[in-house]
Design a binder for this molecule. Structure first.
Ligand code: S3P
Length: 172
């Protein structure tokens, strides 16, 4: 599917717990456009994420995610991606030429956001250590796709959403 960049479309990327969904929803409301969460679309079409990982593995999940990203870009709006979407070269290619906001967060700030959330990649004794390890593996990929970066560690999601909307309006 081709996706000619829609000037209204904005994509949010970043690690698990960075606030992509809560910020994305607020940004969409303020801009008066649709909000799309690609994880939710994958779940609606294929069932729970932990079950997909268990039954078919991560690679299969990345393919379903890539499809969901392509459809979302076609539909347009504010689109929040799962934290690992950028690991897929095909998904990164889809993001080229789109406005991509990278939401960054520190391990200290993310701790309370990720505990007990059932994310399959953070299963185990020390979810924050695992989160940090995964983030280190992916940080260059986030930088690669990002048009702009906002740190969500120490400010309310509401404020960050406002700053993104201001940035977006200055772009056009
Ligand atoms: C993942 C992040 C999750 C979800 C899946 C895999 C990842 O999304 O897509 O559990 O690889 O970082 P969130 O970033 O919304 O938690």
């Amino acid at each position: 599917m081709t996706s000619a960049p829609d000037p209204q479309t904005l994509v949010l990327v970043g690690p698990m717990g960075a606030g992509k969904t809560s910020v994305g929803r607020r940004v969409a409301r303020r801009l008066g456009v649709a909000f799309i969460d690609t994880d939710k679309r994958v779940v609606a079409a294929h069932g729970p994420i932990p079950t997909i990982f268990e039954a078919h593995g991560e690679e299969h999940f990345r393919a379903l995610e890539r499809e969901a990203v392509a459809t979302a870009l076609h539909d347009g709006g504010v689109i929040s991606l799962g934290g690992g979407a950028v690991t897929d070269a095909g998904t990164r290619e889809l993001l080229r030429d789109h406005a991509v906001v990278y939401l960054l967060v520190t391990p200290e700030a993310v701790a309370e956001r990720i505990l007990g959330t059932g994310r399959p990649l953070l299963a185990g004794d020390d979810p924050v250590a695992r989160w940090t390890e995964i983030f280190e593996q992916r940080r260059n990929l986030y930088d690669e796709v990002a048009t702009v970066t906002f740190d969500t560690s120490r400010r309310p999601m509401q404020r960050i959403a406002e700053e993104i909307v201001t940035w977006r309006r200055e772009q056009r």
